[in-house]
Design a protein around this ligand. Sequence first.
Ligand code: GLV
Ligand code: MG
Length: 324
Amino acid sequence: MSFFPIEQAPARLNRSELAVPGSQPQMFQKAAESDVDVIFLDLEDAVAPDEKVQARKNIIKALNEIDWGKKSMSIRINGLDTHYMYRDVVDVVEQAGERLDLIMIPKVGTAADVYAVDMMVTQIEDAKGYGKRIGFEHIIETALGMQNVSEIAAASKRNESLHFGVADYAASTRARTTVIGGVNENYAVLTDPDQDGSRQVHWGDMWHYAISRMVVAARANGLRPIDGPFGDFSDPDGYKAAAYRAAVLGCEGKWAIHPSQVALANEVMSPSAEEVARAEKILAAMAEAEAAGKGAVSLDGRLIDYASIRQAEVLVEKARQIAA
Ligand code: GLV
Ligand code: MG
């Protein structure tokens, strides 16, 4: 390991994160009763300009009055380029800051954006005498944000997670797609011709680079990488495939833009019983190997070594967190 220490963000379960528009208070109770790990009450893109003020009031009331149980509660504030943002922070943190765990900053572009919100939140928390610090979730969803993702990830002690906002990212990078997440038939490769001359098309994952880039910045700074929305809520298979791709790359959670996606995210982002059993077997085999003075051994015909211990520990620790 490097001599450079990586401080880990607080261990918060974040397999699923449900987006709930602040302008739809009739949805709040159902969200509170769901199995989701994190809820973000939205003040940004799911709320029309005329509804922003009322949505803020709805959110303050709901944070104070609804029993959200053990869920982590977040608000997505408006972007720093709008005049809504300062009131989102001031009003919600002043009036409902005790039940607020996280603030989600959309379209974050530079480390200075994070600094500005940190300064505001710190002043309010100090003035109110709150005992805890609110954490930050950043949506990486612009070309600028992706370019500066490492600096953003390191910009505040409040940082907890980076989220891939695929819809705005597509718009910002001018990617030729109008769907929210998932694969695109125009991002495809052709196989070599078969003997009869026929060829197959294989679709690629056009988000691979962006998610991987974000995962690296998140993990290098001890943060959780979280995959963002999948718009077609009538396609659970497509959702799960996207979630598995993100999980394989290191993401530990995915957004749900519809309540039906919560169970899918929880399923994909929880290690299966077989994976946990295999990880435990690796740890046991490596403990035995170590006792015998060996650094690497074979298990079921495959090599395992000290790196296998670290991979296995990640899985076992995640299973422990979920069971807690
Ligand atoms: C999320 O905010 C997105 O733009 O995908
Ligand atoms: Mg967005």
